[in-house]
Design a protein around this ligand. Structure first.
Ligand SMILES: [Zn+2]
Length: 169
């Protein structure tokens, strides 16, 4: 089932998510729905808070579904290591119509459980490392807009407020 994606300003997006206690049938269903919602958007990653569920689950597929081995699900993910620096343009399904250059580490190693509850660890560089970090931010209630400084952030926030007032957000 495709679930509605919350937009910047919705409380669930701006609060830290809770760890998953056990991978129940409901969690399996949530993961299936997240994958379907991500592909339909389309996007390269989605975090559970984006569909209104404040739990620590992310799905990532930088191939947008073209490579059957590229889909990754992490439950209760944590960074093992991060290093380097990359500056790239970034957007978010919860902030449609906006993007900005975000500075992030160039490499990341992420560990967590896979969708069957098995421990896994993945090493990423470039776009995948960026996707990991973007989705991990969602689990801490942070959006890419919150990583921008000064006028860049202010401009986006102001436009979103304007759209919200006009009922177009
Ligand atoms: Zn996002």
């Amino acid at each position: 089932m495709i679930r509605p994606i919350l937009k910047y300003g919705d409380a669930t997006l701006h609060e830290p998510a809770r760890p998953v206690a056990s991978i129940s049938m409901e969690i399996q269903q949530l993961i299936d729905d997240m994958v379907q919602t991500m592909y339909a958007a389309p996007g390269i990653g989605l975090a559970a808070p984006q569909v209104g569920v404040p739990l620590r689950i992310i799905v990532v597929d930088v191939s947008l579904g073209h490579d059957p081995n590229a889909l990754m699900t992490f439950v209760n993910p944590e960074f093992v290591e991060r290093g380097g620096v990359q500056h790239e343009d970034e957007g978010c399904l919860s902030v449609p119509g906006f993007n900005a250059t975000v500075v992030r580490p160039a490499r990341a190693i992420l560990k967590g459980l896979d969708r069957s509850g098995q421990p896994q660890q993945k090493e990423a560089i470039g776009l995948l490392a960026r996707a990991f970090q973007h989705e991990m931010d969602h689990l801490d209630g942070m959006l890419f807009v919150d990583r921008l400084r000064g006028i860049k952030r202010e401009l986006i926030v102001r436009k979103i407020r304007k759209l919200t007032r006009a009922g177009k957000w």
